[in-house]
Design a protein around this ligand. Structure first.
Ligand code: NAD
Ligand code: TDX
Length: 341
């Protein structure tokens, strides 16, 4: 089997490429990645060779996508503009990559009758009320997202991801593209860009900068280790039912303040040594995934069930790989400073 992995030089995509390389030696991989600010050839440099090729290009480049699609059996589609804060500054690249890019890939999948897996996010469902505001502290029905939840995106990022999911639905039904969709919760782990919450705070502390918490930090994210996400995507690609959507999550709900305090403590700092900064406009309150369908129908289960130990490994990785992030740190922080964050 030969697969095209779009966005395979980004955080989650490169983790998936490593996962397949290590666990499925019969699979050939061609990574199509534009190497935007978020893509980094170094993420997969150690495995480039006979089995893993990198093609630097845009998923909106139809002739290039057509040529590559004619040589593979499946497309696993990760490439996207992925950061909410950036989408609030300039939505246009989000429309280009997330919507036009997905359309371009679907057309190629249709032409060559390829298996297509679309990697999406829980953010397409909008947000949930905080548990403290729910009767019985949210232990009842409706406390988590399921595949029945209504699409209700909040930001330019999540609305373009929602649009891309809808394109997959349309192409599956009308053109019989053999597609599946997964909507995953917040990933953490090595190789995540330092603009994102967890790596930003770890690298702040390593750089002697005070960590930055948006608003009060009561917003809840449902954290999953990126390796568990990779295993889930492989399971869906190989065992999932065509036309189905699977939600991926590891029951990892934590509020941002708790996560930040945990990072500070694990790094030997005073847990209250952070700064509260301007909140994100339209900031989603809580995400939570019900992954029962994936677990019971396809037999997937997460391996990283202890968030604190996963976080400890992630802190160690950033501490041991300063060369990977150091050059970008000042520019990332300057951009946030301009936004009052
Ligand atoms: P990332 O920003 O780290 O990486 C995105 C990659 O896509 C980069 O390598 C970039 O160069 C590439 N890319 C962007 N636009 C492209 C284009 N037009 N053509 C070719 N390549 C392009 O993102 P990530 O956090 O690894 O997310 C990957 C996917 O997973 C996205 O689709 C995202 O919506 C989804 N997702 C992310 C999370 C999360 O917590 N980060 C959770 C659920 C779903
Ligand atoms: O400095 C910060 N301080 C802070 O409090 C940053 C960068 C973020 N935050 C908050 C905002 C969020 O509530 O932390 C939370 C996590 O923020 P991000 O890392 O930006 O992630 P989020 O907006 O939740 O989206 C992520 O998960 C879903 C990914 O970036 C998306 O690509 C994915 O779809």
């Amino acid at each position: 089997m030969k697969i095209m992995v779009t966005g395979g030089a980004g955080f989650i995509g490169s983790n998936f490429v490593h996962y397949v390389y290590e666990n499925h030696p019969d699979v050939q991989i061609v990574v199509l990645d534009k190497l935007t600010y978020a893509g980094n050839k170094a993420n997969i440099a150690d495995i480039l060779g006979d089995r893993v090729q990198l093609v630097v290009g845009d998923i909106c480049d139809a002739p290039l996508v057509d040529k590559l699609a004619s040589q593979v059996d499946a497309i696993v589609h990760y490439a996207a503009e992925s950061h909410n804060d950036n989408s609030l500054q300039d939505p246009s690249p989000f429309l280009h990559s997330n919507v036009v890019g997905t359309y371009t890939l679907l057309e190629a999948a249709r032409k060559y009758d390829l298996r297509f897996h679309h990697v999406s996010t829980d953010e397409v469902y909008g947000d949930l009320p905080l548990r403290e505001d729910l009767p019985g502290h949210g232990e009842g029905v409706g406390e988590k997202f399921t595949t029945e939840s209504r699409y209700n995106p909040s930001s330019p990022y999540s609305s373009t991801k929602a649009a891309s999911d809808m394109l997959v639905h349309g192409w599956t039904r009308s053109f019989k593209v053999r597609a599946t969709i997964s909507n995953c919760s917040n990933n953490y782990g090595p190789y995540q860009h330092i603009e994102k919450f967890i790596p930003r705070q770890i690298t702040n502390i390593l750089s002697g900068i005070q960590p930055k918490l948006y608003g009060t930090g009561k917003n809840v994210r449902d954290w999953i280790h990126t390796s568990d996400h990779s295993a889930a995507v492989w399971t869906i690609l190989t065992k999932g039912q065509i036309g189905e959507t699977y939600l991926i999550g590891a029951d990892g709900e934590q509020d941002n303040k708790t996560v930040l305090e945990m990072i500070l403590r694990l790094m030997g700092k005073d847990p209250s040594d952070y700064e509260q900064v301007k909140d994100r406009p339209g900031h989603d309150l809580r995400y939570a995934i019900d992954s029962t369908k994936l677990r019971t129908e396809l037999g997937w289960a997460p391996q990283y069930t202890d968030f604190e130990s996963g976080l400890k490994h992630t802190i160690d990785w950033y501490a041991n790989n300063e060369a990977w992030w150091q050059a970008e740190k000042a520019a990332v922080e300057a951009k946030y400073a301009k936004q009052g964050q």
